[in-house]
Design a binder for this molecule. Structure first.
Ligand SMILES: Nc1ncnc2c1ncn2[C@@H]1O[C@H](COP(=O)(O)OP(=O)(O)OP(=O)(O)O)[C@@H](O)[C@H]1O
Length: 298
């Protein structure tokens, strides 16, 4: 079996509203998959159903070929969720050891302290850790059982630059050992650098699925930026052929279009007052914005 996770027509309805809408996807073993989407897109709900914490309203979820609620499956997964709740009156190393004892073949305490960057904090009370340190403790606990599948829900929120670096280096090393990683993040540059697959969700539905370069190529070369003179208006720009979005920052304009060649020809023909014209190839951020916009305005 090469699939770690299978979702078949999975729907979750909360109070009459679809949080996840007929989602079908397969995640291969050994892959690093980033689930991206705007706030409320359904990412956390999807992860909760894969983990068996919430039941789908309809559809089927398989994790490592079984039901996520089975103990034999749970023993093989680790999850770092958004809320890390630490136990009162336990030190960092005691908390990690407590979790290690849940598993048959846990990672060594020293290794867990090292990969979470908590060696110096090991004798501190867990409740005395800063927000970013508590996230790192959450990671140590998620990794305690040396999981085959690791879920990371916005893992680097609150972490400083050095911690983030250590964190992603560790994740890359785990992926290198064939572990399956599923993460959600709003930091697109992180998804771009660590994930081999990006799945974009909006309104509970899958709207894009591919490698970071495939997702980026959907909007590559689709941004024209320039400094606009006082006579240039949004109305005039919106009337140009193929313009899908206009972003202003002071007098700097970014124009999105499916056909930048035609657009630039039209801008020049109209003799609009423009300086410092550039055609930019879209990054993941641009691709993401364009994808979300296309599916939100439908
Ligand atoms: N327990 C709940 N009860 C009612 N509605 C919920 C519940 N959990 C989530 N929702 C709703 O389901 C939708 C999807 O939420 P979800 O938390 O999965 O989104 P998300 O993509 O993880 O968002 P974020 O990026 O903000 O974390 C939202 O409209 C949210 O309000």
């Amino acid at each position: 079996m090469t699939e770690a996770i299978q979702l078949e027509q999975v729907t979750k309805i909360y109070k009459g509203k679809k949080a996840v809408d007929s989602l079908t996807m397969t995640i291969e073993k050994g892959s690093v998959t980033a689930l991206l989407g705007p706030n409320g897109a359904g990412k956390t709900t999807t992860v909760s159903m894969i983990l068996g914490l919430h039941q789908p309203t309809s559809g089927r979820v398989r994790l490592l070929g079984g039901d996520p609620r089975e103990t034999r499956i749970r023993d093989r997964i680790g999850a770092m969720l958004q809320d890390v709740s630490v136990i009162d009156n336990l030190k960092v190393h005691e908390t990690i050891n407590l979790f290690r004892h849940y598993y048959e073949k846990p990672l060594a305490l020293e290794q867990l302290l090292r990969i979470s960057g908590l060696e110096e904090e090991k004798n501190k009370m867990a409740t005395a850790l800063s927000g970013g340190q508590q996230r790192r403790l959450g990671f140590a606990l998620a990794a305690a059982g040396d999981p085959e599948v690791l879920f990371l829900d916005e893992p680097t929120v609150g972490m400083d630059v050095t911690s983030r670096q250590l964190f992603w280096d560790t994740i890359r090393a785990m992926a290198g050992k064939g572990r399956t990683i599923v993460l959600t993040t709003h930091y697109l540059e992180e998804a771009d650098s660590v994930a081999d697959r990006i799945v974009v969700i909006n309104n509970g539905q899958l709207i894009a699925d591919g490698t970071p370069s495939e997702i980026k190529s959907e909007t590559a070369g689709r941004v024209i930026s320039f400094t606009a003179g006082a006579s240039v208006t949004s109305e005039a720009l919106a009337a140009m052929p193929g313009v899908t979005d206009i972003q202003w920052s002071g007098r700097k304009v970014r124009l999105f279009s499916g056909n930048t060649d035609r657009l630039i020809a039209a801008l020049i023909e109209k003799r609009l007052d423009m300086r410092d014209i550039e055609i930019q190839s879209g990054g993941l951020e641009d691709a993401f914005q364009a994808l979300v916009q296309q599916t939100t305005s439908k």
